[in-house]
Ligand binder design. Structure first.
Ligand code: NAI
Ligand code: MG
Length: 350
């Protein structure tokens, strides 16, 4: 199989972990007789430095023409005080929107080798295996108006959803639940937000099409609590853009580190984008310390969802498991036994 993969390196450890992804995919290509061709495009702070925009047109075109996209992470203190249209994060939101990637799948699975790495009790974390489905191109991060009023005394952000935007993400969630343990938790704030009332209404309508899936509604504050006190009660969670952003960072605690969480951003058909859940980690950038496993596990999601290479995807996931089982870990994982290694060695071991 021959595939064209666009690489969006971004900033900080994004640039470092993308190299790990390429190394792993090269190994997969060798082992299974595929040909993966890579082309890099600028995004985020690096693009601002070079092109004075966080998302050059060339980057969007390159992604649209590719079979799949891998993204590192964007952002950093250097661009923090830029006006909002010249922020790295605008590039990230922009590429998701430009490619129409409304469904962000974030699997969270506690690796048995890392039960001790979580600050939570082993009996709480043990057996947790959930999928957070975050709506990615609407909600609070995209609502208009969004502005600082001229007098500097008031600001506004808008949480807006069209019915069809909720319908398509809820459909995705039901379909994902069907392939798993058939339990869907819809997370909202329907006791306060009008947008959440519509969200809940759509879920109630859609459940008639999926009678085999059990449905539960949870308010986001309660969901945040239950996620770390009783995570095994969850199978698939579907939620609004910002709620999903926050809950998935929280859920990373189950796996021991933000450096363990991969994600897939999909649309109904067409190109998919794969990226770790974490950011550019300026505090450890440039030191070779970054945990590459979130990025490597994201390549497994790419092999599975974009290329339908299930065997290859499993091989990558098993290689990660095996490496952890042998006791190798990066500095972010609170593991005492075994051997601590950096990004490069971890990648080669996988
Ligand atoms: P972050 O996710 O970059 O880092 C949070 C903490 O987790 C830091 O202590 C970091 O060292 C650690 N960490 C994250 N990934 C790691 C890895 N792979 N290995 C080892 N340790 C890891 O979030 P933070 O610090 O809030 O944001 C830094 C910058 O990243 C900001 O500019 C932010 O806007 C941006 N960001 C970008 C995202 C993206 O590109 N998808 C997502 C989240 C934040
Ligand atoms: Mg986030």
């Amino acid at each position: 199989m021959k595939k064209q993969i666009a690489l969006l390196l971004g900033d900080g450890i994004g640039q470092e972990v993308i190299q790990s992804a390429v190394e792993v995919l090269d190994a997969v290509a060798d082992e299974y007789g595929h040909k993966f061709e890579f082309e890099s495009f600028d995004i985020g702070g690096a693009a601002i430095d070079r092109h004075e925009t966080p998302l050059p047109d060339k980057t969007i075109r390159g992604c649209e023409q590719a079979d799949a996209v891998l993204l590192g992470a964007v952002g950093g203190p250097r661009w923090e005080n830029h006006p909002s249209h010249l922020r790295p994060e605008k590039g990230l939101l922009g590429i998701r929107k430009a490619l129409g990637l409304f469904a962000n799948l974030r699997p969270v699975k506690g690796f048995p080798q890392l039960l001790h790495a979580s600050p939570l009790k082993e009996e709480v974390v043990s057996g947790s295996d959930l999928l957070i489905i975050r709506e990615l191109t609407g909600g609070l991060y995209f609502g208009e108006p969004s502005e600082i009023r001229e007098d500097g005394q008031s600001v506004v952000d808008t949480l807006a959803y069209q019915r069809h935007e909720i319908e398509r993400i809820v459909d995705q969630a039901f379909q994902s639940a069907r392939l798993r343990r058939k339990h869907l938790t819809s997370v909202d704030k329907a006791n306060v937000l009008e947008s959440s009332k519509l969200w809940r209404e759509v879920v109630e309508e859609k459940r008639k099409d999926y009678p085999d899936v059990a449905v539960e509604h949870l308010l986001v504050d309660a969901a945040a609590m239950k996620l770390i006190t009783d995570p095994t009660q969850f199978d698939v969670i579907v939620t609004e853009n910002m709620f999903g952003d926050i809950l998935s960072d929280e859920a990373s605690v189950l796996t021991g580190s933000l450096g363990m969480l991969p994600s897939a951003s999909l649309r109904t058909d067409g190109v998919g984008l794969y990226e770790p859940v974490h950011g550019s980690a300026p505090d450890i950038a440039g030191q070779g310390l970054a945990n590459p496993l979130a990025m490597i596990l994201s390549t497994a999601l790419m092999l599975r969802h974009s290329f339908q290479l299930e065997e290859e995807a499993k091989a990558v996931e098993e290689a990660v498991q095996e490496t952890l089982r042998l006791g190798y870990h990066t500095a972010d994982l609170n593991v005492v036994e075994g051997e601590q290694v950096g990004t490069d060695v971890m990648t080669r071991l996988v």
